[in-house]
Design a protein around this ligand. Structure first.
Ligand code: PRF
Ligand code: ZN
Length: 371
């Protein structure tokens, strides 16, 4: 087994990179999209489904799993991999986003963040050390530091104070689990809102700490798409070329391509799975809503260019019927297709970087998704 944390860039095409990141549960081929499994499950899918569609790594959430069923309960069952029977890599987010975005009174201080459970309103406290201890109990392959994701519209003064605290928290996270003390990796998270010089400062501070990878946080919080792209293109090149770069919580197929063009290696988002449950499906011809009356008697597959179980076996008319009837199978077949589509897109991205044709691939999707 290659030492966890080893990252090799095999090829580049412009700023896009084709790499391999080694973890304790195997290698990840980058650029990669990570399906979100907040509660230790990607909603409506089994680990078997995910393996079948070649998901290489999934995401879990510290915040949710700490509250229920509890990280210590998971640790007693041998960790999240064993508990959920998913034997490929897992990345856990720190709670630094969920605590700030989910409702629940919270008190923020240098020590950490106090919040109320979204389940029963009970009071809890995350220090940077506690966020890491929970992720140690979960046994994820990649742990994320506790950070503050500042909301859109935060002023310069607040953003500056916040990023400085996020750096101090990152340092405390790393001290709780020093580099190389086990098989788990830890990524720092760059903040700095929508102020480029603050992003630069945040990146410089974090990159002086010994993390195995670096994330870009604080984006997709209500800004326009051009503003988001501007920050990604500004921030990605500030991160060390020899380490993986992870853009958190982004995005649409076009966002994925844009991020890769800026040098991002990893992304996650609830969009494909959440949209699937709302009947919004991504296809090679663009986005469609399966509830439209036009599909009532449409016997064609969802996406004729897709090889997934849903597209190989069912018509749009049937998928629409399942959706309109709120049948459980609707969630499952739609989620299967959307995630398959995202993972297949990233496979095409990896191939195109190796072949030097990434720009053409990006242009093709930009055309299909312009409408
Ligand atoms: N921080 C953390 N998780 C996140 C984000 C962040 O800034 C985002 C950005 N929207 C998504 N997930 N810890
Ligand atoms: Zn499909």
């Amino acid at each position: 087994m290659t030492k966890p944390g080893t990252f090799v860039v095999h090829a580049t095409d412009g700023n896009a990179r084709r790499g391999t990141l080694s973890t304790a549960h195997g290698d990840i081929q980058t650029p990669i999209f990570m399906p979100v499994g907040t509660q230790g499950t990607v909603k409506s899918l089994s680990p078997q489904d995910l393996e079948e569609m070649n998901a290489q790594i999934i995401l879990g959430n510290t915040y949710h799993l700490y509250l229920r069923p509890g990280d210590e309960l998971v640790a007693r069952r041998g960790g999240l991999h064993k508990f959920s029977n998913w034997n490929r890599p897992i990345l856990t987010d720190s709670g630094g986003f969920q605590v700030f975005s989910l409702k629940g009174i919270r008190k923020l201080s240098e020590e950490g963040v106090e919040f109320r459970s979204y389940i029963d309103g009970s009071k809890h406290f995350f220090s940077p050390e506690k966020a890491i201890e929970i992720q140690m109990n979960l046994g994820s392959d990649i742990m994320m530091v506790l950070d503050e994701c500042v909301g859109y519209g935060a002023d310069r003064g607040y953003t500056e104070k916040s990023l400085e605290m996020t750096t101090r928290w990152a340092k405390r996270c790393r001290e709780r689990y020093p580099a190389g003390s086990g098989d788990q990796l830890m990524f720092g998270i760059v903040q700095g809102g929508f102020f480029k010089d603050l992003r630069t400062r945040s990146a410089e501070q974090l990159c002086s700490l010994p993390f195995e990878g670096f994330a870009i946080g604080g984006l997709s919080v209500g800004e326009s798409i051009p503003e988001m792209y501007e920050q990604v293109h500004h921030t990605a090149p500030l991160l060390p070329a020899e380490k993986p770069r992870y853009l958190m919580g982004v995005g649409t197929p076009l966002d994925l391509l844009e991020a890769v063009s800026a040098g991002v290696d990893m992304l996650d988002c609830v969009l494909p799975s959440r949209n699937a449950r709302n009947g919004t499906l991504f296809t090679s011809q663009g986005k469609i809503n399966i509830k439209k009356a036009a599909y009532k008697e449409d016997d064609s597959p969802l996406d004729p260019n897709c090889n997934c179980y849903t597209c190989r076996n069912f018509s749009k008319a049937y998928l629409r019927h399942l959706y309109m009837s709120k049948e459980l199978l609707s969630y499952r077949l739609n989620t299967y297709h959307n995630l398959y589509f995202y993972l297949d897109l990233m496979q095409q991205v990896r191939d195109s970087i190796e072949n030097g044709t990434f720009a053409q691939l990006k242009a093709r999707y930009e055309d299909a998704y312009a409408a």
